[in-house]
Design a protein around this ligand. Structure first.
Ligand SMILES: *Cc1c(COP(=O)(O)O)cnc(C)c1O
Length: 386
């Protein structure tokens, strides 16, 4: 009987880093309203502004361009709803995004489509890179917003956001990128990327859940999703979540400081896992781009084995991974990302995402390489799939 627990689902969420947890515990007693003028308020306010500096630095952006939100989903919704607000006056009403975005972008875009806007969901190639010909064909003087994620949460494929921005800017469109999965793993620099908006979430970089940010370039339009008080210069009402925000600040400092180490460490272990599985499980397929891919992410298709059954069998052995995205579990729909790659539905159902993090050890990888092959062999033997 094994007592082991191996969490290898860091793209779904991450635990608090010790330094983040310690800072939160130390400051839990700070109760002042960060908008109040008195000393208690000023103390809370100072923590919020320090965090804003740290998040700005992480994104290569001025602190003044950082708006705190409740997370990645809210940041993404804010951008799409802002565009909806300005569509009439700007004379532009077309949106371009991709078929492999996170559901909070996909569904924001689908909602606008339902309201009558033209929305293009760009196709991707076998590796998950957007088809640039289709992108160029979709761009026009009517394009209001281009929204393309920097790195995909399911397969880890990285897009050339700089080039995507350049082309969008030639047409005068606004550019947004969801960099939730990219920050802390690969360099992200708002100025270098040439974007107007960036979305980031705290719980994917070892900070608390329910807090995130939107970077807005100076001069880019922004309308509040949450109306109310004058917090965040009136762009996002609601009393500051100062504990979440200060945790975000520490997480951002650490993510920036440790970027290279994180990438090196997770890449070595990810490659070991990939090579181990390829060597020991016949007939499997790795999804995602071979080079332009997040260092921590490995998405594997196991033909003739069913994903939920693999997950349950791994869970019994203490291995916690996922099929595609956390948001898709419980649904019988195959992953929209894998389908967009052209993976057939049956194979998409038999695909597992391993996403590594700080807690992943060499022994963990040895254990997974040991335990997964017999699970697949057993499921294949029972399978009615041909
Ligand atoms: C997790 C995730 C989100 C959503 O962020 P929340 O803070 O959980 O709302 C958005 N985009 C990507 C790519 C993600 O991985």
């Amino acid at each position: 009987m094994t007592e082991r627990k191996i969490y290898i689902d860091y793209n779904a969420t991450t635990p608090l880093r010790e330094e983040v947890k310690a800072a939160i515990i130390e400051d839990l007693g700070i109760y002042g309203n960060a908008s109040s003028m008195h000393a208690s308020g000023r103390l809370a306010h100072a923590r919020v502004e320090e965090a804003r500096q740290a998040v700005g630095a992480l994104l290569g952006a001025p602190a003044a361009g950082i708006i705190f939100t409740s997370g990645g989903s809210e940041s993404n919704n804010t951008v799409f709803q802002t565009m909806r607000s300005i569509a009439g006056d700007s004379g532009r009403n077309e949106f371009i995004t991709t078929a492999i975005e996170h559901p909070c972008v996909l569904n924001s875009a689908s909602y606008l489509k339902k309201l009558g806007f033209k929305v293009t969901f760009l196709p991707v190639d076998d590796y998950g890179k957007i088809k640039m010909d289709a992108y160029k064909a979709a761009l026009s003087d009517k394009t209001l917003l281009v929204s393309v994620m920097m790195a995909n949460n399911e397969i880890g494929t990285i897009q050339d956001i700089k080039e995507i921005s350049r082309l969008a800017k030639e047409k005068g469109a606004w550019v947004h990128s969801d960099v939730v999965q990219a920050v802390g793993k690969i360099p992200v620099n708002a100025v270098d990327l040439g974007v107007d908006y960036l979305t980031v979430s705290c719980h994917k970089i070892y900070g608390p859940k329910g807090i995130g940010a939107l970077y807005v370039k100076k001069g880019a339009p922004l309308f509040p999703l949450i109306h109310g008080g004058h917090q965040e210069d009136g762009f996002r009402a609601g009393t500051y979540n100062n504990i979440g925000i200060l945790g975000f600040g520490i997480a951002a400092v650490l993510a920036r400081r440790d970027l290279d180490k994180y990438a090196r460490q997770t890449r070595a272990l990810r490659n070991k896992l990939r090579d181990g599985l390829l060597a020991r499980v016949p007939n499997i397929k790795i999804n995602g781009h071979p080079e332009d891919v997040l260092p921590n992410t490995l998405n594997v298709s196991f033909p003739r084995a069913e994903g939920e059954a693999i997950l349950l069998s791994m869970d019994i052995k203490g291995i916690e991974a996922s099929t595609g995205s956390a948001c898709a579990s419980g649904s019988l729909e195959p992953s929209h990302v894998l389908m967009a790659l052209g993976v057939d539905a049956e194979l998409a159902h038999g695909s597992i995402r391993f996403s590594l993090g700080w807690g992943t050890s060499d022994e963990d990888i040895d254990y997974i390489i040991e335990e997964v092959p017999p699970i697949i062999a057993r499921l294949r033997a029972m399978s009615t799939l041909t």
